[in-house]
Design a protein around this ligand. Sequence first.
Ligand SMILES: C[S@@+](CC[C@H](N)C(=O)[O-])C[C@H]1O[C@@H](n2cnc3c(N)ncnc32)[C@H](O)[C@@H]1O
Length: 215
Amino acid sequence: MSADPFENVKATILSAHESTTPGEKVNFYNSWAKDYDQHVAVLDYRAPTLAADSVLPHFSGSRKSAAVLDVACGTGLVAKQMKKRGFELFVGVDGSDAMLNEAKESGLYQDLKQCLLGEEPFPALWAGSFDVVMIVGALSVGQVPVAVVRDLCEAAKPGGLICMTTRSNSDNLRYKTALERELQQMEKEGLWSCVEITEVDGSVQQQSRPVCVDG
Ligand SMILES: C[S@@+](CC[C@H](N)C(=O)[O-])C[C@H]1O[C@@H](n2cnc3c(N)ncnc32)[C@H](O)[C@@H]1O
């Protein structure tokens, strides 16, 4: 163990990269949940802030009454940032019980569900329910499988907004390519349209809107 907190946190995160299946990764998050917020603050983890900021120029409705689905919500950092920007209604889903406990303690969510995405069915009752769907820090190798983006699209209302982040690190390039291919395929199928892609320090954020089929 190093005396440098930054090096210790980096070592913790690198050990997470060793877990290869979503189940293993979620076990890792179970053991990390209590320290997660403190550790990612040491690393200056900005994805929740950047993602929340990126939604604003594309969202024109009432923030107060907008239903936001926070997928792979973890301890609630994304909802915390969205709340600062005027959003109030949050539903969260995550595979890790311990991360969900932290999210519950934040008091930000109306509802929280445990679901190992990609291995358990996405809650069907959410179809067409959300004005904004966020997934931050979880679309990467060994975490949420690419196929789940179809569920995110289904969960959004027609004309709603979906904000996704992924990583461009070398260990994630194959995943990122597969993700981009799936997003383009869905656009060809008329399921959504891309409104913005932003590269941030090598990471990628994308916003898409489900296409409103009934006008
Ligand atoms: C890096 S954290 C991000 C949490 C939060 N979105 C944030 O930005 O702080 C990744 C989260 O994804 C969850 N996760 C990873 N793979 C998952 C899966 N297949 N199903 C559900 N949750 C998953 C983990 O439990 C963890 O809470």
